[in-house]
Design a protein around this ligand. Structure first.
Ligand SMILES: [Zn+2]
Ligand SMILES: [Zn+2]
Length: 213
């Protein structure tokens, strides 16, 4: 576990439950002790341990790929709190979600507000959660490139999501992706602008880096 962000209002911890699974993020309201879990990749007992002492309010899912869901069934039955996912991916879950999310929805826990940003491309219902200067981004964007896409149309869609919805956030916004380490909007802007100034084959998709040679 790593405390990746902390101020007077919020503390954010990143858990990497297994080398093959995604990051889980836990956000804690510093004044009330309420918390939310974002993604439920693996090892539910370990995630529960980190939630101990707080009052969990939601399990939020950035999208419905299996590497983000391994601990979901057990965590939901143990915690008995609402599970929320973008409406377009509700049917992918083995359990019925309690709450369907839409672009620009606001969720609150304790004194913290989270804004839902719909950023399709990696999957149709990929969403990010924004609070202050912290963006929990799922597999939409990573340091160095966008999330993996499965067709040229999806690649164009993820680039559009990033351009319209992520790069319009303040430069100092910190992006916490579904795997690995964080980066900032400022860093991504620089790489993205270099990418955009080049010609690219129309069939580009898959694992793309902004600055591939
Ligand atoms: Zn993933
Ligand atoms: Zn994914």
């Amino acid at each position: 576990m790593t405390v990746i962000f902390k101020n007077g209002y919020i503390q954010i911890e990143r858990l990497e439950p297994s080398p093959f699974a995604a990051n889980a993020y836990i956000l804690f309201c510093q004044s009330t002790g309420d918390s939310v879990l974002i993604d439920a990749p693996a090892r539910p007992e370990m995630i529960l341990q980190h939630l101990e002492g707080s009052t969990p309010r939601y399990i939020l899912l950035t999208h419905t790929h299996a590497d983000h869901l391994g601990a979901l069934a057990e965590l939901r039955s143990t915690l008995a709190i609402p599970t929320a996912v973008h409406h377009s991916e509700a049917g992918n879950l083995s359990l019925a979600p309690d709450l369907l999310l839409y672009h620009n929805d606001m969720l609150s826990f304790g004194k913290i507000m989270l804004r839902v940003l719909h950023t399709p491309g990696h999957t149709p219902g990929s969403i990010c959660f924004l609070t202050g200067i912290c963006l929990i981004a799922g597999d939409c964007i990573f340091p160095g490139g966008p999330g993996k896409t499965s067709s040229p149309a999806h690649f164009r869609q993820i680039v559009e999501s990033i351009r319209k919805t992520i790069l319009t956030l303040p430069d100092e916004t910190i992006i916490y992706p579904g795997h690995g380490n964080s980066c900032t909007v400022k860093q991504v802007k620089k790489d993205f602008n270099a990418f955009s100034s080049q010609q690219h084959p129309p069939e580009l998709y898959g694992n793309v880096l902004w600055l591939s040679k």
